[in-house]
Design a protein around this ligand. Structure first.
Ligand SMILES: [Zn+2]
Length: 103
């Protein structure tokens, strides 16, 4: 069984990359089942959508509203300023998806 805390920590970088539109390489999770892999994929997708707001073709931070940023700037801002917030967002999404899957 995995720890949600450890998994969320591992997913921080993946979620940020997806949010700013960078390619994600070598993203593999040791999933116990295809269903769980799907759940993680969804948690990454839902979390990443909360991190960036696009307005007038420009990227703004979805968490504090700062911007506009370039892709690289957005990536660095999220990583430097919101790392632990992002970890909790991923944790929440995982928890919610798990409870939905269990019911
Ligand atoms: Zn921000």
């Amino acid at each position: 069984m995995y720890s949600r805390d450890v998994l969320s920590e591992k997913l921080i970088h993946v979620v940020i990359r997806v949010a700013v539109g960078f390619r994600v390489r070598n993203f593999k999770i040791k999933a116990s089942s295809p269903g769980f892999e799907e759940l993680v994929r969804k948690a990454v997708e839902y979390s990443s959508k909360r991190l960036v707001r696009v307005s007038g073709g420009q990227m703004y931070c979805g968490l504090c509203g700062k911007g506009p940023y370039t892709r690289k700037g957005m990536y660095l801002h999220l990583l430097r300023v919101h790392k632990y917030e992002i970890k909790s967002i991923v944790g929440e999404e995982l928890e919610e998806l798990e409870s939905t899957a269990a019911s």
